[in-house]
Design a protein around this ligand. Structure first.
Ligand SMILES: *Cc1c(COP(=O)(O)O)cnc(C)c1O
Length: 393
């Protein structure tokens, strides 16, 4: 079961590998080998063992009793916030570092925006004893000082991207430039279901452990594999891709993807890509993209650094266009209030990204016997300063 990606990496009209010629050998090496390697018994054994003993999987599927009472429906939280490093991102970096090792690569590069993917990459590099270089926009380095410190403590080198807007897309350009210059020994770990094929498919597979576990856990708790709804926030879309993965073929499972509306969809300060985006090419793939009339990428905005991305992964563009998933959005204010509500109701401080998924509870009426699974992609420790400033704590 997968997102029906074809050999060229297309999901319907979206996806592919639109890359400079000089990057072709690197991407082609990966494309030819990733499935064969991932499917071997030894890879699966190493991957699942690390997910269990290092990441702490399976993460609980927690029945949120108080929240369920408040919203008069059955709400389960998939606790990715309890993963080592505090979010789902480590599921993917564990998978990619094992792949890098099997391809004989000993130098790892990554790009990061808010620093969460950089930390997850630095973590697995420390674990495996591999050199780690993380590209990060100069402005993001200033804004996200704690994560820069974490990466350094974990032994990574953080290289500032000083061109353009000095944020994520510039860091990505630097990482790609590095990869072109170091094609033999370097593996590029991408942090979401974005980038040229095979990255979106590869990352979705590594995150699909989330829905695999949900199915098993629901059988224990509800006597059925399938919930009525799965809800997840979407930045690039990796936690949503993983939470939806094993439910795609079951039309009775409603999939809801939640984007960041920032200060409002029509405010000019938003990251609601499915509503505002048009088809374009970003990071080597064809997808929905926020852009100006003449095709320049628009700077996105969200209070949540992890959702502040101008595109979505191509598989989400396809889910949107085909109607298989419903796309909703939450503003900064709606997300912040939903996050605070979870703290008070359940004693769980969520990442602000995840709070966007929780905000759907205020926008949509569920039936009392609906089973609603919300993917709690991360914990709120990293967002404490934002919560403090927002609520004057
Ligand atoms: C990075 C991040 C996201 C957004 O990334 P996706 O690829 O869309 O999952 C969401 N939640 C948390 C906690 C994150 O760290």
């Amino acid at each position: 079961m997968n997102y029906h990606v074809n050999q060229q990496g297309f999901y319907g009209e979206f996806g592919g590998a639109f890359i400079p010629e000089m990057l072709y050998p690197n991407v082609e090496e990966l494309r030819q080998q990733y499935l064969d390697i991932i499917k071997t018994e030894s890879f699966q054994e190493d991957y699942l063992k690390l997910l269990k003993d290092y990441v702490g999987r399976p993460t609980p599927l927690y029945f949120a009793k108080n929240l369920s009472k408040q919203y008069k429906t059955k709400i389960y939280l998939k606790r990715e916030d309890l993963c080592h490093t505090g979010a789902h991102k480590i599921n993917n970096t564990i998978g990619q570092i094992l792949l890098a090792k099997r391809l004989g690569k000993n130098r790892i590069i990554a790009e990061t925006g808010a620093g969460q993917h950089g930390v997850a990459t630095a973590t697995v590099c420390a674990l495996m004893g591999l050199q780690c270089i993380v590209y990060m926009g100069e402005i993001d380095i200033q804004r996200q000082a704690p994560n820069v410190a974490r990466m350094k403590m974990l032994g990574a080198e953080v290289r500032p991207a000083t061109s353009g807007s000095k944020t994520l897309k510039d860091a990505t350009n630097e990482a790609i430039r590095d990869w072109i210059n170091n094609p033999i020994d370097t593996f590029y770990i991408i942090g979401s279901v974005v980038g040229p094929h095979p990255y979106p498919d590869m990352v979705a597979r590594f995150q699909s452990i989330i829905s695999e576990e949900i199915k098993k856990q629901l059988v224990e708790k509800e006597g059925t594999e399938n919930p009525d709804y799965v809800i997840a926030c979407v930045g690039g879309g990796s936690n949503a891709a993983g939470a939806f993965y094993h439910f795609l073929e079951d039309p009775n499972v409603n999939l809801i993807a939640v984007e960041a509306a920032g200060k409002g969809i029509d405010s000019g300060e938003s990251a609601a890509t499915s509503v505002l985006g048009k088809t374009g090419i970003i990071h080597g793939s064809k997808t929905l993209l926020m852009q100006t009339e003449d095709g320049q990428i628009t700077e996105p905005y969200s209070i949540s650094a992890g959702l502040d991305y101008p595109g979505v992964g191509p598989l989400h563009a396809h889910l949107f266009q085909s109607g298989r998933a419903v796309f909703m959005s939450a503003t900064d204010d709606e997300a912040m209030l939903a996050g605070l509500n979870l703290c008070k109701q359940e004693g769980i401080i969520p990442a602000i990204e995840s709070s966007h998924a929780l905000a759907v509870l205020n926008q949509k009426q569920f039936k009392s016997d609906d089973i609603v699974v919300i993917n709690l992609s991360g914990r709120g420790d990293k967002d404490l300063n934002t919560y403090i400033n927002y609520f004057n704590l």
